[in-house]
Design a protein around this ligand. Structure first.
Ligand SMILES: NC(=O)c1ccc[n+]([C@@H]2O[C@H](COP(=O)([O-])OP(=O)(O)OC[C@H]3O[C@@H](n4cnc5c(N)ncnc54)[C@H](O)[C@@H]3O)[C@@H](O)[C@H]2O)c1
Length: 251
């Protein structure tokens, strides 16, 4: 239950891809920390919104495609009109596809970039002005530890998009560092969510044995890092990418 001593009491957070998987867990943790939460997804977020309502924070469940410039602009206006502000943005919406490099069509490449890379660009551009005006903001981009791994599994477009997300993170951190806005990325390892396939799990099990990491990740393994990065404790941490993957990727 939210109370005034909660770490994020009075903050408004927006999480994309919040209808399930990691996004739902991120939203739940932010609400537990006392933030009002805007849930954004192409799928309905009502179930997650109901869970948050029990925490006595304000919520808004919005259906929007983060790769649609007009939809993102309308969403930002709706958030400002409802809450008057947005302090925390979690760019989590994204997806992967396993396709051998030579079989990746331009259309498939663009679809992936549109959601995984243009989505964070559009969402950040729409909301960062509000943060700058208040002199406080947190942007956390969800990348992937595959960027730091040598995985020959047909993930080129996905890895390239997540590399772009890490570049976006660094550039935004530089551009807005003087305005009280931090921008960081979390790179999860393979984490059990509806989108993780059996094939990926098998691949992971082979790597796990090879690399001696403890176990497959659960969404709950990621939420503590997010809670830290959006808190006042992390005000001097920006432009960084944190692998949260049991130690598979180091450095
Ligand atoms: N689960 C993992 O093992 C893992 C590992 C590394 C990185 N990630 C990253 O974490 C993020 C979340 O992954 P997940 O496993 O929870 O996936 P998921 O498929 O369970 O959830 C992603 C959510 O994003 C939504 N979404 C997709 N396209 C969208 C769009 N255009 N606009 C708005 N919402 C959209 C989906 O409807 C879905 O609810 C992704 O960016 C993913 O690349 C996941």
């Amino acid at each position: 239950m939210s109370c005034e001593s909660a770490r994020l009491h009075g903050r408004v957070a927006l999480v994309t891809g919040a209808a399930g998987g990691l996004g739902a867990s991120f939203a739940l943790r932010l609400a537990q920390e006392g933030a009002d939460v805007v849930l954004v997804d192409v799928r309905p977020c009502d179930e997650v919104a109901e869970r948050l309502a029990a925490l006595e924070v304000r919520t808004l469940a919005a259906t929007a495609d983060v790769s649609d410039e007009q939809a993102v602009a309308e969403l930002a206006a709706r958030v400002t009109s409802r809450f008057g502000r947005c302090d925390i943005l979690v760019n989590n919406a994204g997806f992967g596809r396993v396709e051998r490099f030579e079989e990746i069509t331009l259309q498939s490449w663009r679809e992936l970039m549109a959601v995984n890379l243009e989505g964070p660009f559009l969402m950040s551009r729409a909301l960062v002005g509000e943060m700058r005006a208040r002199g406080w903001g947190r942007i956390v981009n969800i990348a992937s530890n595959t960027f730091g791994m040598g995985l020959p599994i047909g993930f080129t477009h996905y890895i390239a998009s997540k590399g772009g997300v890490i570049g976006l993170t660094r550039a935004l951190a530089s551009e807005f560092g003087a305005h009280g806005i931090t921008v960081n990325a979390i790179s999860p390892g393979l984490t059990r969510t509806p989108s993780t396939t059996r094939k990926m799990s098998e691949q992971f099990e082979r790597d796990r044995v090879k690399q001696a990491i403890p176990r497959t990740g659960e969404p709950e393994d990621l939420v503590g890092m997010l809670a830290y990065l959006v808190s006042d404790d992390a005000s001097f941490v920006t432009g960084q990418t944190f692998n949260v993957d049991g130690g598979l990727v180091r450095g």
